[in-house]
Design a protein around this ligand. Structure first.
Ligand SMILES: Cc1cc2nc3c(=O)[nH]c(=O)nc-3n(C[C@H](O)[C@H](O)[C@H](O)COP(=O)(O)OP(=O)(O)OC[C@H]3O[C@@H](n4cnc5c(N)ncnc54)[C@H](O)[C@@H]3O)c2cc1C
Ligand SMILES: NC(=O)c1ccc[n+]([C@@H]2O[C@H](COP(=O)([O-])OP(=O)(O)OC[C@H]3O[C@@H](n4cnc5c(N)ncnc54)[C@H](O)[C@@H]3O)[C@@H](O)[C@H]2O)c1
Length: 449
């Protein structure tokens, strides 16, 4: 049967757009289905607007520090509507840029929600069917809200990005990336934040020493941290929403409650059974290392799969996949053991590779850890107690670096270059042989003992 297109991409977020563009570069005829705004979670309710809020929050902190250091400032209060206008203009520019690039690449964009009617055929919610020998599922995920009594009184990160005014008192539920990032931003921008974490620590999968130092830094910023605290229900209360928790909180009424309790894949409603596909126990679409599903010609990338839920991972895997399918190139799978990532906390926390605990579990006594704890110069000048902590995890007689963990100012920008070196097998001696740049935070990495 003649197909309408060479490739149908379901979802116009990070992975879908990257796959569509790369396939079009090889001359493929591509249709992209996206019922909402182009760019998906990252551009519209994730990385981009989040980073804008983080930058505003960092500026607010800087303005307060500037006041301490003798500058005449107004204290760093933010006019939210004015800032959000700037943020959304930036987001709209990204939409316009995508639209231009899609037109330029000759990609057919259909503003519809798609579902499979056969392994090579997708129907939009306008009833129109299109077919292709290759179909890429890149439908991402959505916030998960635990099914508690009164849960509808709370919001999620999606709601946060719709706020036009800051609340005075906020409870953030969760201890992962989004909880830590939103709690930090809101506190820095002048809200009173309580962070309700069901476990004993922040950021379960990150190095425990850094997570502990971050909790300490957050306490200094004024965030109320409640560990081992289970939210059982939300109730409407006079002047706000009451959190019913175990154990009970001293102050339990908030203007807003935000659930940052994980995300779930968008796999329901895709007609997967018509394609011959099934989801795993976590609702994700299983794929092999090449991002093929069990059905020939059907692929999946990004948050709808078990991959690490990060934009650069969705982009890199989609591009490699299209290099194989349309470029007929042998491309190795992405090395998922060395993915650098940053939590945009205050200060930021960047990490790549194994934590100390993971390295010890894998290599036993053959692990060598170097660390540097210090106050960055600006914080020392302003008499702020916020501390940085950098850790290097090395293995073997040659002390090959298998993990780098950075909490502190500039960590978000410092990590990328070291990620290249670590991928290339850098050793502790290589780092020590490198001349430091003084005075910086980054020099601590080459001076570590
Ligand atoms: C608050 C927040 C902050 C984040 N910050 C970062 C960060 O700083 N750095 C980072 O790397 N990652 C970050 N992430 C994660 C990142 O946003 C995701 O990993 C990334 O967007 C996943 O890309 P994707 O293509 O899989 O899905 P998405 O970007 O979610 O795109 C999926 C698209 O598919 C569309 N869709 C769904 N169903 C259908 C259908 N049936 N038919 C057609 N279209 C459909 C959706 O409308 C959506 O546009 C953040 C996420 C959140 C929520
Ligand atoms: N800076 C970044 O790169 C960035 C930022 C945000 C999100 N992301 C990506 O998006 C993913 C999703 O982020 P996230 O923060 O939603 O998920 P997460 O998995 O990082 O954290 C979820 C948190 O919610 C808690 N939780 C789960 N169910 C709960 C319940 N019923 N009650 C109380 N707490 C509960 C977990 O213990 C955990 O602390 C991340 O894993 C990450 O891959 C990346």
């Amino acid at each position: 049967m003649a197909h309408d297109f060479d490739l149908i991409v379901i979802g116009g977020g990070s992975g879908g757009l990257a796959g569509a563009f790369r396939a079009a570069e090889y001359g493929a005829r591509v249709a992209l289905l996206e019922p909402d705004a182009l760019g998906g979670t990252c551009v519209n309710a994730g990385c981009v607007p989040k980073k804008a809020m983080w930058l505003a929050a960092e500026l607010a902190g800087r303005l307060r520090q500037a006041g301490t250091l003798g500058f005449a400032t107004t204290g760093g209060a933010l006019d939210w509507p004015a800032f959000i206008a700037h943020r959304q203009r930036y987001v709209e520019n990204i939409h316009a840029s995508y639209r231009r690039r899609l037109d330029g690449a000759g990609i057919t964009v259909l503003p519809v929600r798609g579902q499979f009617v056969a392994p090579d055929c997708v129907e939009g919610d306008d009833g129109v069917r299109i077919s292709a020998p290759h179909i890429l599922i890149a439908t991402g995920g959505r916030p998960f809200v635990p099914p508690l009594p009164g849960a509808e009184l709370g919001g999620t990160s999606d709601d946060f990005f719709r706020w036009t005014q800051p609340p005075e008192r906020v409870a953030v539920v969760g201890g992962g990336y989004i909880a830590v990032e939103l709690a930090g931003v809101l506190q820095m921008l002048g809200c009173r934040v309580d962070l309700l974490v069901r476990g004993p620590r922040l950021l379960d999968h990150f190095d425990v020493e850094l997570a502990t130092q971050l909790a300490e830094d957050y306490r200094h910023l004024g965030i109320q941290l409640h560990f081992d605290t289970q939210v059982q229900a939300l109730e409407q209360a006079k002047g706000g929403v009451r959190t019913v928790t175990s154990p009970a909180l001293d102050r339990a009424v908030f203007d807003r409650v935000l659930f940052a309790t994980g995300r779930r894949p968008n796999a329901a409603g895709l007609g997967l059974e018509q394609a011959g596909l099934q989801v795993n126990a976590r609702g994700q679409i299983p794929v092999d290392a090449g991002h093929r599903t069990v059905v020939p010609g059907v692929y999946a990338v990004g948050d709808v799969t078990p991959d690490i839920a990060l934009t650069p991972v969705a982009i890199a895997t989609a591009r490699r996949l299209m290099d194989r399918v349309f470029g007929a190139r042998e491309v190795p799978p992405l090395a998922l053991d060395l993915v650098p990532t940053v939590v945009f906390s205050h200060p930021p926390l960047g990490t790549i590779g194994l934590t100390e605990a993971q390295a010890r579990a894998q290599f036993g006594d053959d692990v060598h850890v170097a660390r540097a704890g210090f106050r960055p110069m600006l914080h020392a000048l302003a008499d702020s107690p916020l501390r940085s902590l950098f850790k290097l995890v090395c293995v073997g007689a040659e002390r090959r670096v298998v993990g780098l963990h950075l909490l502190g100012e500039g960590a978000d920008e410092i990590l990328q270059g070291f990620a290249v070196a670590i991928r290339k097998g850098v050793t502790l001696d290589d780092l020590r042989d490198t001349v430091a740049i003084h005075p910086t935070s980054a020099e601590e990495i080459v001076l570590m003992r």
